[in-house]
Design a protein around this ligand. Sequence first.
Ligand SMILES: C[S@@+](CC[C@H](N)C(=O)[O-])C[C@H]1O[C@@H](n2cnc3c(N)ncnc32)[C@H](O)[C@@H]1O
Length: 271
Amino acid sequence: MDTYEVKTYTSGMSWTGLAATIWDPSGGDSEQPDQAYIQNLLTANPGPALDVGCGTGRLLLRYLAAGFDVDGIDTSADMLRICQEKAAAQGLKPVLLQQAMQELDLARQYRVIYVPCGTFCLIIDRDDAQEALRRMYTHLLPGGLLVFNLFWPYKESEPLSAEEQVEGGVWHPMWTNTLPDGREVVQSFKRLRVDRIEQVMNAHRRYQLVQAGQIVHEEIFASDERWYYKHEVVLMLEKAGFSRVQVTADWTDQPAVEPPPDSIVFMAHRD
Ligand SMILES: C[S@@+](CC[C@H](N)C(=O)[O-])C[C@H]1O[C@@H](n2cnc3c(N)ncnc32)[C@H](O)[C@@H]1O
């Protein structure tokens, strides 16, 4: 029997509590290749931009500090609170709204909308995914562009690969990171089910808070993901109204070809 509190959120809960608290200490605020790539797009397409799933502000705060006009949305109040606190510490005043991209409803239109970190894969319902693209299209100014990346599902051990699947139903340790107060958070991942026909993986993530070597608290949440084929996404973008869809490898201008890159990047225009 557990002698510590276990919180299990397996329906609809996302990136709150310990998951939000440990995001930055586990590298969530580090510089990544998408930063320069998207910044070049912001420079080439001047005007307001929207960071979808902005989280704790890894990109948003750097772009604001560089003088770009960027708003942020995210479904997680905890991620947004951390982003707001970091912004205030830097003297920045971002417009941050708690909203899902499939329910996007903002007063402004944007020249660039970007969705980094494969966050589009977190929408499981196919109608919701199509609706997210439709809403992002209507939130773009004519001439604006949408850019997002999706993780590539064919790599070894990924759900659509021909390799043997990672063992399901077992916790796999991922990372252990330290909070500013010295306590540790151990993150583990468990695949529950992979449906290669429906292109969905059901999984759980576990966050264990460790104090003086003892687990004192645990949170488990659903971490389901949907995978897409390249041409399927192109069709979805065209159905949403987009044109001139460009597909490249992992935040570069190189075409996405074999061997599979970590992620593929879709750029689509509202003409
Ligand atoms: C993997 S984190 C990435 C955070 C940030 N973009 C970054 O690069 O550090 C995914 C973020 O997307 C948010 N999110 C998940 N589903 C979303 C949705 N449907 N609409 C908007 N945000 C969503 C989560 O709350 C979380 O903050």
